[in-house]
Structure formats: structure tokens, C-alpha cells
Design a protein. Structure first.
Length: 310
């Protein structure tokens, strides 16, 4: 006579095997599309990128046998798809030169903060970890990029009147409908930053709603909160060790409206470049470039950088 308990466990084991095999059949294939435009960087930089980044951020992913076993394969496929959508070293020329520099700075900052490569990737691929010496190599390289040295003292003198003249003639409007406004000049300064980035100095302004939310440590930030980050280049350090702002680079706007901007984590993004305040982006997809950077570096802070919420 068969024991009821034994029959149950045998049936359960068969069911687990069937489900496991079904997952293997339905597991999404991880494909490598053709390489259309490889990133051009020095050999020592390329070597680091290939080892630590290419498995997700390129069309040359080297998938290990254990990456192909479901259910892990579903997560691997998702991570690769998501990474390629943010930036792809095998389709690098799809990004304008300015965006390429921005992505490289984003990558270096993410590595320095321990957010790239992903922790779960490093657990399965310990060789993908970036060492301190390798991070130094990447930092040294990005410091040679043209955007690191955008200081034109002739423009510094004229920048204030030029910006006011442009904004008075015609209000620049971002592709997503956010207009440039100088209202932020009457707002409270909530942060001043000078971190390891593209050689810039920044002042962050917040409207009353944002300031009150920060004071109350309110996260997520309420609808109506607005932030403007104004960015200048840096002049060379003088003999006394002082570093002064260089030429005006851009003004970056973030507006909280959880319904209107639901596809970009509830924030509307706009960026106005140069003395003519040219709206950034060639298509509305520029918003996702902004959002992806904020998703990567500040998810615990309602996707906002440089704000004292703790």
C-alpha cells in the first residue's frame, strides 16, 4: 500500500521538474545584434570597459552557461535589455558628442559610488569588479575630454547680459513643453556642489514647496516641487588655491508632477545650454536619458541629486 505522504511529495517533485523544464523552454534568448559603431577610447580604458561593462552595455555580451538557466536567465535578459537602452558601447555613434561625454561621466560617477557594475552581476562575475587603480585610469581619461575645459573668459564677462537678453526676446521651451524661467533667481539656494564631474561648479535652487519638503524630510517630494541647477565651468586654480566659476554652461530644470511625468519617475526634465539657452535634446526621448541617470544614481532620494534630505 502506497503511503499518502510519499505520493504527495513525489507528485510535488514531478510538478517542480515540469515547471523548471517549462521555464527553460520559455527562457528568452540573449542575442547580440551587429556592432555598428564601437566606442573609440585608449586601449587601457577599452580593456576595463570590455571586462566590467560590455556584458550588459554592448552587443558583445558573453553569457555564461549559468546565465542561461531559468529563472536567472529572465533577470539576465532584462538587465541586458535595460543596460543597452541606457547606453550601448556597440552603437556609440547614435549619441551626439556631448551626450557621449555625459554618459562617460555618468559611468565613472556610478562606478565610484559602487552602483556599477550591479552587485548581483559582481556576485556571479567577480572578475567584473572595477578596482581603485582601474577607476583612476577611467578618471584620468574622462578628465581629458573636451567638456572638461570649457572656460572662455571672454564669455564669462558677457554671460549675464547675454542670458537676460535672450530670455527677454523669446522664452526658450524644452521639447516636452517646459519653458525656461528666471524665477529661480528669487528662490532659496539649497545646495552648492563641486564634485568629480565634467569640471563644473553648480548651484541648486528650490522653490518654496521643495524647500519645505526638504525641511520636513518629506520623500517622495510633493507635486509642485521645482529645482533648478545652474552650471558653470571652472577657471584654472590661482596661485592662492582659489577656483572661480568659469563660463555659464547650462541650467537644468526638474518639475515634480507625478501624473504628467509618470514615465520619468514623476519628474519633468529640461536643460537649456549655453548663452543662447538652447533646449537640450533632438527628440522627446531626451527625457529618458535624464531619467536613466537619476534612476541609477539617486533612486533612494526620489531621483534627485545633491539635496540634503537626511
Amino acid at each position: 500500500m502506497k503511503k499518502p505522504g510519499l505520493t504527495f511529495y513525489r507528485g510535488a517533485a514531478i510538478m517542480v521538474v515540469v515547471i523548471f523544464l517549462g521555464l527553460q523552454i520559455s527562457s528568452p534568448p540573449i542575442e547580440n545584434p551587429p556592432v555598428t559603431s564601437e566606442i573609440a577610447v585608449p586601449a587601457e580604458v577599452k580593456q576595463i570597459l570590455e571586462r566590467a561593462c560590455y556584458d550588459c552595455h554592448s552587443n558583445e555580451a558573453k553569457v555564461e552557461w549559468f546565465d542561461k538557466i531559468a529563472p536567472a536567465s529572465f533577470l539576465v535578459g532584462h538587465d541586458i535589455e535595460e543596460a543597452r537602452s541606457r547606453f550601448n558601447f556597440s552603437e556609440w555613434d547614435k549619441n551626439p558628442a556631448g551626450v557621449q561625454e555625459l554618459l562617460l561621466w555618468q559611468m565613472v560617477n556610478a562606478i565610484e559610488q559602487g552602483k556599477m557594475p550591479l552587485k548581483r552581476y559582481q556576485l556571479a562575475h567577480p572578475g567584473g569588479k572595477v578596482s581603485e587603480s582601474e577607476l583612476a585610469v577611467l578618471k584620468k581619461y574622462v578628465n581629458t575630454l573636451p567638456g572638461r575645459h570649457k572656460v572662455d573668459t571672454a564669455l564669462i564677462v558677457a554671460q549675464t547680459s547675454s542670458i537676460e537678453k535672450v530670455s527677454a526676446q523669446k522664452t526658450p521651451v524644452s521639447l516636452n513643453g517646459i519653458p525656461y524661467s528666471e524665477d529661480y533667481k528669487n528662490w532659496k539656494i539649497i545646495s552648492v556642489t563641486d564634485k568629480f564631474d565634467g569640471g563644473s561648479m553648480r548651484i541648486v535652487y528650490g522653490n518654496d514647496i521643495m524647500v519645505k519638503a526638504i525641511e520636513k524630510r518629506e520623500l517622495p517630494f510633493p507635486d509642485g516641487a521645482r529645482i533648478v541647477k545652474v552650471v558653470w565651468g571652472k577657471q584654472a586654480e590661482d596661485k592662492d588655491g582659489n577656483v572661480l566659476p568659469g563660463n555659464f554652461q547650462n541650467a537644468q530644470f526638474m518639475i515634480k508632477d507625478s501624473k504628467k511625468y509618470s514615465t520619468t519617475e514623476g519628474w519633468g526634465f529640461a536643460k537649456f545650454d549655453g548663452l543662447d539657452l538652447k533646449p537640450a535634446g533632438k527628440t522627446i526621448l531626451f527625457e529618458q536619458t535624464c531619467a536613466n541617470c537619476h534612476r541609477l544614481l539617486a533612486p533612494e532620494n526620489d531621483f534627485v541629486f545633491n539635496i540634503p534630505t537626511k
